[in-house]
Design a protein around this ligand. Structure first.
Ligand code: RP5
Length: 168
């Protein structure tokens, strides 16, 4: 199987967060790879990965890092593929990584999701792939329908909630 999405993390200490992205891609039947690469600790390997990703058939890159999080931006500088950045709450509650990732200079965009929001990164990757892939589009539609059903059920449960004299 050839991966369509690369999930890149600055360190394996980020893996507990990135598992949420892997789980979503698995659920949506999207082949993915998981790699640890660091803009600061392994810059040469980051360049090799970024320059080779499109040629290997990768369509979307999810890049996650904490602290002075240069990884998503550095990858975006070296590939034409869409890069989704995930700030990791490693220090300063993740605000350091959020600002590092989101404030890219004009011309080199990184689509930044919320702090530790790896699931949203995977869903966004799926939506990008769904533009040109009918099977992925129908799985994304099913995923969205399940989200709606969850809220409908939540309202039924709230409606049935007892123990309040003034609940209308
Ligand atoms: C970042 O530094 C990584 O993405 C991680 O969030 C943070 C700490 O890395 P470790 O010291 O745990 O390897 O580059």
């Amino acid at each position: 199987m050839t991966p369509k999405v690369s999930i890149i993390m600055g360190s394996t200490s980020d893996l507990p967060v990135l598992r949420k992205a892997a789980d979503i891609l698995e659920q949506l039947h999207i082949p993915f790879e998981l790699l640890a690469l660091s803009a600061h600790r392994t810059p040469a390997q980051v360049e090799e990965f970024a320059r080779g990703a499109r040629g290997r058939g990768i369509k979307v890159i999810i890049a996650a890092a904490g602290m002075a999080a240069a990884l998503p931006g550095v990858i975006a500088a070296m590939t034409p593929l869409p890069v989704i950045g995930v700030p990791i709450a490693s220090t300063l509650a993740g605000t350091d990584a959020l600002l590092s990732i989101v404030q890219m200079p004009p011309g080199i965009p990184v689509a930044t999701v919320g702090i530790n929001a790896a699931a949203n990164a995977a869903i966004l990757a799926a939506r990008i792939l769904a533009v040109a892939d009918a099977d992925t589009a129908s799985r994304v539609d099913e995923y969205n329908a399940a989200l709606s059903a969850k809220i409908v059920k939540a309202n039924e449960e709230l409606d049935a909630l007892q123990g309040y004299a003034f609940k209308c």
